[in-house]
Design a protein around this ligand. Structure first.
Ligand SMILES: [Zn+2]
Length: 252
């Protein structure tokens, strides 16, 4: 999931505005060559994009490109990883690449289809550093806390309780946009870690949202497939008022 780095406005941070402007989210994400492979490979589909992994592009330190909306790999269900395959070099390399791509973006979560691999693997991480881009009020409202890197293979997600929350979210595969999505406030996620050990995570707040966003990717669902209608907007317009009838941000 794309980092929740909101645009700093004069209203929120009058003095910091000019300091932050040069490193705006848009600038970072649209930087040419930010994700490695050259443009001429872009039209050749996700299988070719995954060439870095298949040995077609062995250059060191070249990260796979983030696959963008419209590529079939993002709109079809991913396959389970066979348990006996988890320890393989292939799967371990995929996981390493996913972590690197997520951190380079930067993002708080990534699913394997986003680098062109149709397998049920997700990685997620949130840090104090990332949270500096959001106001204290927002962090509190979103119930957001930093957590260490999590790798979950074949995740299964179950909602807990009946509370849900409405917040804007974004996606590295739908670069530059945001929309409000209703998510469960608490979920339980089971699956396997990268060593093949069974794990269970009880997640709430922002972490629960990241889990739901990433698990949706494994079902071929993007946030735009379940966003609240009429809340879709560019990152630049994030702070503009919502249309009449749109739900207010927050948990309920
Ligand atoms: Zn996403």
């Amino acid at each position: 999931m794309e980092l929740s780095i909101q645009r700093f406005t004069h209203r929120i941070l009058p003095l910091a505005h000019h300091y932050f402007k040069p490193v705006s989210r848009t600038a970072i994400l649209t930087r040419p060559g930010a994700f490695g492979p050259s443009r001429r490979n872009r039209s050749s589909g996700s299988a070719a994009r995954a060439g870095w992994f298949l040995g077609m592009r062995e250059k060191k330190d070249v990260l796979p490109e983030i696959v963008k909306a419209g590529d079939p790999v993002l709109h079809e269900p991913a396959q389970e990883v066979r348990p006996e395959e988890i320890g393989s070099e292939r799967i371990q390399k995929i996981i390493d690449a996913m972590v690197k791509v997520m951190r380079a973006a930067p993002g708080v979560g990534l699913a394997a289809p986003q680098i062109g691999i149709p397998l049920k693997i997700i990685v997620l991480e949130d840090t104090v550093e990332y949270m500096r881009y959001t106001t204290k009020e927002e962090i509190k409202a979103q119930n957001r806390q930093p957590f260490d890197l999590l790798v979950v293979i074949n995740p299964k997600l179950k909602k807990k309780g009946n509370q849900s929350a409405f917040f804007f979210e974004g996606c590295l595969s739908v670069d530059g946009f945001r929309a409000i999505v209703e998510r469960h406030s608490e979920v339980e996620v089971t699956g396997f870690d990268r060593f093949g050990q069974a794990i269970k995570v009880d997640a709430s707040g922002w972490q629960a949202r990241i889990f739901q966003h990433e698990c949706d990717h494994l079902d071929g669902t993007l946030y735009v497939d379940k966003m609240v209608p009429r809340t879709f907007r560019t990152v630049e317009n994030l702070d503009l008022p919502l249309a009449a009838g749109c739900p207010k941000l927050g948990a309920r």
